[in-house]
Design a protein around this ligand. Structure first.
Ligand code: SF4
Ligand code: SF4
Length: 419
């Protein structure tokens, strides 16, 4: 086949992405299909296109066609496929449907990381313009807003003044503040849009007498979901530069799984730079405050059973399992596990940017069925999760499956129950 310009560009791009790790994943898959039972999307829908190995197979066919002698000469015998619109459309659907939970990797006997393979697929899809429009728009909006932060600063400060009034009332201290642009403090706290991630943190920092300042930027990074590391870095750069300018000791990320991983794991990979400060989740900080007695919480106030949903990015992919459990056990004598949990926990179905993408709404709600069942079986009346995407998804499941639960975050629950 005569190579088209787009095809040539995509093949060149794939050539640049091939490394030992990708080759190991592409060459090692035994097609045992064990991963199919680990993926909530396949388990609920029974649709083969959601089998993790099948998603990877689409990229593997392209790789075989252009990079293996057999695939180049007799493609039909080696399941090698040329790049065309149909293949790219199918690749886009299965790649952007993946929540990036990496549960399939835990169960794969060869530890094949399907999300790693799909990150290469995302590079090709970005280059071919086969990306979800909503993720592109949210990425563009974040980049534009970051460019003109001075225009937004007055609005942000006005909003914070209002929030500060509430903080003063809640902590009964007329001197309580939500500081911004404060230099040489311990913590730069990076929140999400909305009071629910700022005010509870402010209350906790106040009681702990923390030396902190609030970032002017939001933690969320839609370019990460898009699979565009260059633009994801541009969005993260603003916060990294702010942290350097203010000479803080650490960045503390709000309860947001993907934002935590961007700062904790990916930024240094993208920039090749060793950051001059620590990165922690606010959950780790609350845990430390409790352990050190810097904050005190009242156990008796939560009488109903509570449980914790491990966000994939914070738990399985971030290693934070015990800190939230310690906090919740300190809050309630009826903490219950949902099963399975920790690294084997089922994805709630909302990750990977799916909660923001109306094209996947039906799939998202349908495949959340497993999580809804787990919650019901636990008997918990309050479900806590340390990730905004998980909370939004579990709130949708609450409505759709009539779970009758309260969905909240670790910091909100702690701030409500400080003694
Ligand atoms: S479990 Fe691993 S080896 Fe088996 S089909 Fe899935 S990705 Fe391939
Ligand atoms: S990462 Fe999660 S959603 Fe994606 S293929 Fe694996 S199990 Fe399925």
């Amino acid at each position: 086949m005569q190579e088209t310009n787009t095809e040539k560009n995509l093949v060149d791009l794939l050539g640049k992405k091939i490394n030992r790790q990708l080759l190991y994943y592409l060459d090692t898959c035994a097609r045992c299909s064990i991963c199919k039972d680990a993926c909530h999307q396949y388990v609920v829908t029974g649709d083969i296109k959601y089998i993790p190995a099948y998603r990877a197979e689409l990229l593997r066919r392209i790789y075989k066609r252009y990079f293996t002698p057999a695939g180049k000469t007799i493609p039909f015998l080696y399941e090698a496929k040329e790049i065309d619109e149909k293949l790219l459309d199918e690749l886009s659907r299965v790649t952007y449907a993946c929540t990036g939970c990496r549960r399939c990797m835990v169960y794969c006997p060869f530890a094949i990381d399907t999300t790693w393979i799909l990150s290469t697929a995302k590079a090709l899809l970005n280059s071919a313009g086969k990306t979800p429009q909503i993720l592109v728009e949210l990425t563009n909006a974040a980049i534009e807003k970051g460019k003109s932060i001075d225009l937004f600063k007055e609005i942000i400060l006005d909003t914070l003044k209002e929030m500060e009034k509430e903080l003063k009332e809640k902590v009964n201290d007329a001197n309580a503040t939500i500081p911004v642009d404060k230099k040489e403090v311990e913590i730069l706290y990076v929140a999400l849009a909305g009071k629910h991630t700022i005010l509870p943190a402010g209350i906790i920092f106040h009681q702990a007498k923390a030396n902190w300042t609030l970032s002017l930027f939001e933690a969320s990074n839609y370019a990460y979901f898009l699979g565009d590391p260059q633009r994801a870095k541009i969005i993260a750069d603003r916060i990294i530069e702010e942290a350097k300018r203010l000479r803080v000791k650490e960045i503390v990320v709000s309860e947001c799984g993907h934002a935590y991983r961007v700062f904790k794991h990916f930024y240094q990979l993208w920039s090749g730079e060793k950051l001059p400060f620590w990165v922690r989740s606010i959950v780790e900080v609350i845990y430390e405050y409790l352990k050190e007695g810097r904050i005190k919480i009242s156990k008796e106030q939560i009488n109903e059973p509570i449980t914790y949903h491990d966000p994939c990015q914070l738990g399985r992919n971030g290693g934070i399992f015990e800190e939230p459990r310690y906090i919740l056990r300190s809050l309630s004598s009826d903490f219950r596990e949902i099963n399975p949990n920790r690294e084997r926990n089922w994805c709630c179905g909302g990750g990977g940017g799916l909660v923001a993408n109306p094209d996947f709404e039906e799939l998202r709600i349908k495949t959340g069925e497993i999580k809804a069942k787990q919650i019901t079986e636990s008997g918990a009346k309050t479900v806590v999760s340390a990730c905004e995407n998980c909370r939004l998804q579990i709130s949708s499941l609450n409505e759709k499956y009539n779970l009758g639960i309260k969905v909240t975050s670790v910091s909100e629950l702690v701030a409500e129950n400080l003694s």
